[in-house]
Design a protein around this ligand. Structure first.
Ligand code: NAD
Length: 506
């Protein structure tokens, strides 16, 4: 692993405002990043404290003053330059994601490609931050709305997409004229340092600092500071629902804005007439990909009772082919879980499902023969009312649930607190339209004949209910990173009031 080309050292500082030097954190605690697959010690990171946080906020505030006045297409030019460097370093960045987070190399490369796609999207967007014009009811008056940047955007990211989630937010925020302070997960700090180094090169070449800032620290310290800080008008937080509830309350209590991208419990409904050549690979990729550690991972599959045995047998046969091991090797399909706690979460959930009456059809154990945090992907025949089925366990556990008719399947599909991604596999237009209608899936993402995971960046990404309601990345999500201003300009020589109100001064 060539970590030097990404600027990763044996001991790294955990704070940067984008100049040539990283901020000195040597007096603070150190965290070690281990590879979950090999348990290798990768590197150490000295974390930031409150004083460093304070300096970063001041530098960001200063940078915002000039960044907001730079024309948006010029801001897009900076993102374009970052995208060129991402292309140049795609292979090593993909490998680092795989090494530090544990997803397979192809998915690591895919995550970097997602950042590149997002950068391209943001560059185009920098010329399309459109506002509306309205016809004023008053003569010779012009009304329109325009969008202004918010200021500092605090970006809190989860371990499972240790680079792309930052890009979802940071590239869009930057072309909107905001500056970004990134607090990544302590489980994947090196991915963040590598991305910051790439940004630094471009910032230095263009004479900027304070646009992309990084602060690595503890939730109880740095996390708490960011969410409570009135100088940060928008917090975009990606992670568990538990975290989202804390962040929503703290930011809400100061009337700040949030974009919350939280946990999912994603389901697929397999209609009786679906094409099983699509169904089986879609379920396996959705449930086993990233070792079940995607927010959009497939966790529940609803199968018509007439087809239950056929489909469950096909799934078991497909699971037997999944090669588990070193995520950097090209033929591996499933890498490790992130850490021991995740393995325990997996084992506890399986025990819980079985104690509630579930039937284990495949897997269910830790793979003791491998050194890291490896488990077998599990398939469990379950019922949708089991408490454990209603929870998101961030691991490769797939619950298969029988249904008798489509209305019941949709009802049970929606009967969980999360609402991120969903799919139906069908060739029946009535069922597919029903699933997509207001009485259908209650999720932020609803697909037909493709699985729940692997969203494209062009669509607004996010979910409802306990998933938090936020939308990042595509469509018009950029509006969440800006403030709307309604403007009325009077170019007449009178001062007529709206709604015909008369207010005559003698
Ligand atoms: P997590 O909630 O443990 O941590 C996420 C981030 O929040 C980390 O940076 C963490 O340090 C920070 N954090 C935690 N508590 C905080 C607090 N009180 N104040 C400030 N920051 C705090 O989640 P995780 O284990 O890293 O990631 C897995 C979870 O993320 C899953 O639930 C998954 O579904 C979700 N996720 C959601 C999306 C989405 O777009 N909806 C995308 C990726 C991951």
């Amino acid at each position: 692993m060539n970590l030097e080309s990404l600027g990763i050292k044996k001991i790294n500082s955990g704070a940067c405002i984008g100049g040539k030097k990283w901020i000195d954190c040597s007096k603070n605690k150190s965290f070690t990043s281990y590879s979950p697959g090999s348990l290798d010690r990768i590197s150490d990171v000295q974390i930031a404290d409150k004083a460093i946080y304070s300096d970063i906020v001041l530098a960001s505030q200063k940078a915002f003053k000039s960044w907001r006045m730079l024309p948006a297409p010029k801001r897009g030019e900076l993102i374009y330059q970052i995208s060129l460097k991402l292309r140049q370093h795609k292979d090593s960045l993909g490998s680092l994601i795989s090494y530090e987070m544990g997803k397979i190399k192809s998915e690591g490369d895919g995550e970097v490609q997602e950042m590149i796609d997002l950068a391209d999207f943001a560059v185009g967007l920098s010329r399309q931050l459109y506002g509306l014009t309205m016809h004023s009811e008053r003569p010779n008056h012009r009304m329109y709305e325009q969008w202004h940047p918010l200021g500092i955007v605090g970006v809190i990211t989860a371990f499972n997409f240790p680079m792309a989630v930052w890009a979802w937010n940071a590239f869009i925020a930057a072309v909107c004229g905001d500056v970004v302070i990134w607090k990544p997960s302590l489980k994947t700090p090196l991915c963040a340092i590598a991305v910051q180094n790439i940004c630094n090169e471009v910032l230095i070449e263009n004479g900027y600092k304070g646009i992309f800032n990084l602060i690595i620290g503890e939730d109880s310290n740095i996390g708490e500071e960011i969410v409570s800080d009135r100088r940060i008008p928008l917090i975009s937080a990606t992670g568990s629902t538990k975290m989202g509830k804390i962040v929503a309350q703290k930011v809400g209590s100061r009337l700040g804005k949030t974009i919350l991208e939280l946990g999912g419990n994603n389901g697929i409904i397999v209609d009786e007439d679906s094409n099983l050549d699509l169904v089986i690979p879609a379920i396996v990729f959705g449930a086993v990909g990233t070792a079940g550690q995607r927010c959009t991972s497939t966790r529940r599959v609803f199968i018509h009772k007439n087809q239950f045995n056929l489909i469950s047998n096909k799934l078991v046969a497909a699971y037997k082919q999944v090669k588990i091991g070193d995520p950097l090797l090209p033929d591996t399909l499933m890498g490790p879980l992130i850490d021991k706690d995740a393995v325990n979460g997996y084992l506890n959930a399986i025990e819980n499902a079985l104690s509630q009456g579930g039937e284990l059809l495949y897997g269910g154990s830790k793979l003791e023969s491998l050194k890291g945090s490896f488990v077998e992907p599990a398939i469990i025949k379950a019922e949708s009312h089991f408490e454990i089925v209603k929870q998101e366990t961030f691991a490769p556990i797939l619950y298969l649930i029988e249904y008798e008719n489509m209305d019941e399947a949709i009802k049970e599909h929606n009967n969980v607190s999360q609402g991120l991604s969903s799919s139906i596999f069908t060739n029946n237009v009535i069922n597919s339209e029903k699933f997509l209608s207001a009485m259908g899936s209650d999720c932020g993402i609803a697909n037909v004949n493709i699985g729940t995971s692997g969203a494209e960046i062009g669509g607004a990404f996010g979910g409802e209910k306990d998933t938090g309601g936020g939308r990042e990345s595509g469509s018009d999500s950029w509006k969440a990173y800006m403030r709307r201003q309604t403007n009325t300009v009077n170019w007449s020589l009178d001062l007529p009031l709206a709604q015909g109100i008369k207010f005559n001064l003698e």
